[in-house]
Design a protein around this ligand. Structure first.
Ligand SMILES: Cc1ncc(COP(=O)(O)O)c(C=O)c1O
Length: 400
């Protein structure tokens, strides 16, 4: 049967992506991968999960295995009210909803708000799977300019004034992929702009808990509560396999998103929501987050030092205070897809940065490196190999 013939028109925007084809090359099990975006399996609290599983069965019994409300497991939503209030976000039960990962929210917001041809303002680069989620709804992107401190507010305002933007999507803290963080003053300016133009902003925040130095920053949500939906997840503070994400929204939008979610999965896994409830109310988050920080901080420091010691001088990279990624920019003319293919042959994987840009062909000289999922010794080895591949490529393409 010719299946292509029956595919919906919207699939034209989700065609087999070049990135998947390219990443297939990374299937070699001996590869040192700086490519994925995975937390370290060492970070997962297996004994605690065993203990909490028993607690869940004793406490909730069969309710933990039953269908539940689409809004989310009520004890978890109640616990999240406290968690979120402690972050300076003023929200009640009617504002907090659970999704299957924060990815579940990104798809739902696309489905709710994007009519084919609508514009969404995004950072360049931005989170790849957000682009994938929105693409399915036949969106157009307006790319906001960024510098060392993330989105430039003036660029955001210009985009809002030039395009009929449905919403702005941003990852303001330790962004995936760039590692960049928007500072307090810019956050205030951004809040001011969205209020002035009455625009909705999606603040996607999976990484702020993974802070290795510096002070926690206020959320944009806390500065413009009616114009921001804040999304976050247990993936980086507990474990991604549980698939528990949540969002904080004005009630009216929350109700709509619940209707959308009903048609997708009825409810997020009740059992893992009950686990997350016990995790949160048992006070385990701060201990686990500290464990993750202790695990990841030395990896980040090692990667930064190796880059400094080995990479050619005309390369630049960010020095983030947290998160899971480093973003490296090569000189003009550098093609990281070519570097990628050579690096794979030498046993090292990464993601060429161009895939994170909404406009094809942008960011060809960039790469994203993950430092959380490999040992420090491997980081040292991988960066040395990458540096030699990069130097080879520079010679071949006569850069310098
Ligand atoms: C910026 C960003 N948003 C959302 C997600 C989705 O996370 P999850 O669906 O595991 O909650 C990720 C995962 O890596 C991410 O980097």
């Amino acid at each position: 049967m010719n299946y292509d013939r029956i595919l919906a028109a919207r699939t034209s925007r989700i065609k087999a992506s070049a990135i998947r084809e390219l990443l297939k090359l990374a299937a070699n099990p001996d590869l040192i991968s700086l490519g994925g975006g995975l937390p370290s399996p060492e970070s997962f609290p297996l004994d605690l999960v065993m203990e909490l599983t028993e607690k869940v069965i004793n406490k909730y019994g069969s309710a933990a295995l039953q269908y539940d409300t689409t809004e989310g497991f009520t004890p978890l939503r109640k616990a999240l009210v406290e968690y979120i209030n402690a972050k300076g976000i003023d929200a009640g039960l009617e504002n907090i909803y659970i999704t299957s990962g924060s990815q579940g929210f990104l798809d739902a917001i696309g489905k709710l708000l994007i009519t084919p041809g609508d514009y969404v303002a995004v950072e360049g680069p931005t989170y790849l799977a957000a682009l994938q989620a929105f693409n399915a709804y036949e969106v157009h992107y307006a790319q906001m300019q960024v510098d060392k401190e993330g989105v430039i507010p003036e660029s955001m305002e210009e985009i809002i004034q030039s395009y009929p933007v449905k919403f702005v999507y941003t990852v303001p803290t330790f962004q995936n992929p760039s590692g960049k963080t928007i500072g307090v003053q810019r956050r205030e300016k951004i809040a001011e702009i969205i209020l002035k133009h009455d625009v909705l902003l999606i603040e996607d925040d999976p990484y702020s808990a993974l802070r290795y130095k510096g002070e926690e920053l206020p959320t944009i949500k806390s500065m413009a509560p009616d114009n921001v939906i804040y999304a976050s997840t247990f993936s980086k503070i507990f474990a991604p396999g549980l698939r528990i994400g949540f969002f904080v929204a004005p009630e009216k939008l929350g109700r709509w998103l619940v209707l959308i979610k009903q048609g997708v999965d009825l409810n997020t896994c009740t059992f893992t929501q009950a686990l997350a409830t016990e995790y949160l109310t048992g006070g385990y988050v701060s201990k686990q987050v500290q464990k993750n920080i202790n695990l990841y901080r030395p990896k980040l420091e090692t990667m930064l030092k190796e880059l400094e010691d080995n990479f050619p001088k005309d390369f630049k990279w960010c020095e983030p205070d947290g998160g899971m990624f480093l973003w490296v920019e090569g000189p003009e003319g550098m093609d990281m897809e070519k570097v990628y293919k050579r690096a794979i042959e030498k046993g090292v994987g990464f993601v060429p940065g161009t895939f994170f840009f909404p406009n094809p062909g942008d960011g060809i000289e960039t790469m994203r490196l993950n430092f959380t999922n490999i040992a420090e010794e491997q980081i040292k080895q991988a960066i040395k190999i990458l540096a030699s591949v990069v130097e080879e490529e520079m010679k071949i393409t006569s850069i310098n």
